[in-house]
Ligand binder design. Structure first.
Ligand code: HSE
Length: 331
């Protein structure tokens, strides 16, 4: 198997193919990786946007892509290159049923690609969740996660889990370690609402990762890990002032902000209009304002979008609470 998966833990899993469902439709959510201060280790799921996968059983073994919509033709239809079909195939191989099972996939993208909202993660999670449901849920979410991480490695070159873990588990997740994967779900304070704005410029994660310095000053590292620890404590305590003090990024934001037009102007608008915090969503160019009130979040999204329009930049805006559920079956 040409991938980085070690699937020993699936040894002995048995799937009853007579009970395999003929079709399933699944939604998986967009995610905000990093949560501003926690580069590669923190993330949360949004209620919207998200991607949809329709998967159907077919007679011939093998995984094929029937259709992709909403991607402007940018995603590969070749099943070995498309992350959704490739990961589904890895799962079938790991369960030793690839020679017996065939599925065709429709992928409907309802969010922009290269936006910093975990677009590839939402698609991969939707696909893997769908095949698992069709097979009668042989894998737990913990067992599915390594396959989702493999999808990220195919899509962006590194297997960071801070989009796929919240997309799969829902809520807020902490990636304590990658090898082995050690993912912890963190409580989501009830009042948190995010305003997310995607200025329509393309920032591929691969490029945004190459920009970052690979050495940091110890004093900056101390500031950053103080903020990360402060944020995790604040989420447990539902302490919104501490959330506000902690969601600050001095390591990555100064470099990546260069790729995002009007970043500091958007930050000023958000903070002036009641945001607890403001920063880059994932690798950008989407930005997020964290609030504790839906009206405040709506107003901030509108003000930022109006500002971008004045500067001739088109944008999408979303207002969303933390999605606690993760992927869901739609039919
Ligand atoms: N943690 C990753 C990054 C998320 O910031 O590059 C990419 O969506």
């Amino acid at each position: 198997m040409a991938n980085n998966l070690n699937v020993e833990y699936l040894k002995g899993k048995v799937v009853d193919l007579d009970k395999m469902l003929p079709e399933v439709r699944v939604f998986a959510p967009a995610t905000v990786a990093n949560m501003i201060c926690g580069f590669d280790i923190l993330g949360f799921a949004l209620e919207q946007p998200g991607d949809e996968v329709i998967m159907r059983r077919k007679q011939q073994p093998g995984v094929t892509i029937k259709e992709i919509t909403g991607d402007d033709g940018r995603l590969p239809l070749d099943p070995s290159k498309n992350t959704v079909s490739a990961c589904v195939q890895y799962l079938l191989q790991a369960l030793n049923i690839a020679s017996k099972v065939g599925v065709e996939i429709e992928l409907h993208k309802h969010m922009p690609i290269g936006s910093g909202l975990g677009s590839s993660a939402a698609s991969t999670v939707a696909g893997l969740f769908a095949i698992n449901v069709m097979l009668g849920d042989p894998l737990t979410k913990e067992e599915l996660l390594p396959f989702c991480v493999e999808g990220e490695r195919l899509a962006c070159g590194t297997g960071h889990a801070d989009n796929v873990a919240p997309a799969l588990y829902g809520g807020i997740t902490l990636i304590r370690g990658n090898e082995p994967l050690d993912v912890i779900s963190i409580p989501s304070p009830k009042e948190l609402v995010a305003a997310v704005v995607f200025p329509q410029v393309d920032v591929p994660t691969r490029d945004a990762r190459q920009l970052i310095k690979d050495k940091v000053l110890l004093k900056d590292a101390v500031t950053q890990w103080g903020n990360i620890a402060g944020l995790v404590a604040a989420l447990f305590k539902e302490d919104y002032d501490l959330i506000s003090r902690s969601m600050k990024d001095i390591l990555i934001e100064p470099t990546r902000a260069i790729l995002i037009p009007q970043f500091y102007e958007m930050k000023e608008i958000a903070l002036q209009h009641g945001a607890l915090s403001f920063g880059i969503s994932g690798s950008g160019p989407s930005v997020i304002a964290i609030t504790r009130d839906e009206q405040v979040a709506k107003n901030i999204a509108e003000k930022i979008q109006a500002h971008l329009k004045e500067n001739e930049i088109e944008s999408f805006g979303y207002v969303s609470k933390v999605n606690l559920e993760g992927p869901k079956v739609l039919n």
